[in-house]
Design a protein around this ligand. Structure first.
Ligand SMILES: [Zn+2]
Length: 280
């Protein structure tokens, strides 16, 4: 019956609001003046089965509709009621939230027990149990958001590897110039200058590599549903708790195939030229 309203096949439906995920409408039998229902468009009976996106849209629609209803009928108070299951008085098997404007003299009857259902000790056990079963915040991130997050990280990884290869490209003419000059003019200090350039570029490259590695780790963690806040681009979160990714390359980065085998021979050549220039 709610599906007919949501789908637009009920010509008598009193639609208040409708978007891609959610519809708000007035019920056949309003409990109070301004009583409004907010439902997900998809047919789902149990509140706990709605998706992250639906729950966000529902939350936003309830807030917006409640404000409009309050502005329209000026109640003294308001109840937002959701019931799941027969025992909880759910009569229509399609998730719905009641927005019920309240007045001191209205006909609504809501009664809460006056005694606690569990004592402090039992409640403490319940607390521990519920907390342990609570999904990590990212477990219910929508697939679209996760894909988007991954593509942001992928873009950084790509940029890091491009920066690494361009640092190699920049170094080449510098070396040719300094080492070439040192050899032809037998200049010791120019050879040292060339070696310094190799060292600096090597360090830079190793750092790019380190960042790339850190972001790859972040990517893996997000892809595997790890506990990373949605859209966070902080690579430190993928490491051990409390760790931070700084800009000093680790030994692991320096000895990697992209760094040591490229820069170490260049340093050695520089040393050879410097020694030769010094001795002649
Ligand atoms: Zn339905």
């Amino acid at each position: 019956m709610f599906c007919a309203i949501v789908g637009g096949s009920d010509s008598n439906a009193k639609i208040v609001y409708r978007d891609q995920q959610v519809t708000a409408f007035l019920p056949l039998m309003p409990a109070t003046r301004g009583h409004t229902l907010v439902v997900p468009n998809r047919h789902v009976a149990d509140l706990t089965d709605i998706t992250e996106l639906e729950s966000r849209q529902l939350g936003a629609a309830i807030r917006r509709t409640a404000r409009a209803v309050r502005a329209a009928v000026s109640p003294e108070g308001m109840n937002i009621i959701q019931s799941t299951g027969d025992v909880a008085t759910q009569t229509v098997p399609h998730v719905h939230f009641h927005i019920v404007p309240r007045w001191a003299d209205d006909r609504m009857v809501l009664s809460w027990p006056t005694e606690a259902a569990e004592d402090d000790a039992a409640q403490a056990e319940t607390l521990v149990l519920v907390r342990s079963l609570l999904p990590k915040s990212t477990d219910d991130v929508s697939p679209d958001d996760r894909r988007q997050h991954l593509s942001f990280i992928q873009a950084i990884v790509t940029r890091m590897s491009q920066a690494s290869s361009s640092s190699k490209t920049w170094l080449l003419p510098i070396i040719t110039l300094t080492y070439g000059y040192a050899v032809t003019k037998e200049q010791f200090w120019v050879a040292v200058l060339g070696m310094l350039a190799v060292f600096v570029f090597g360090l830079l490259d190793a750092n790019y590599l380190k960042q790339e590695r850190a972001f790859r780790k972040l990517y893996d963690k997000v892809a595997s549903g790890g506990d990373i806040p949605t859209f966070s681009l902080n690579p430190s979160l993928a490491g051990p708790a409390g760790s931070r990714v700084n800009y000093w390359p680790d030994w692991e980065d320096i000895r990697s195939w992209a760094v040591a085998p490229v820069y170490a021979p260049l340093i050695l050549v520089g040393v050879a030229i410097a020694v030769w220039a010094h001795c002649t």
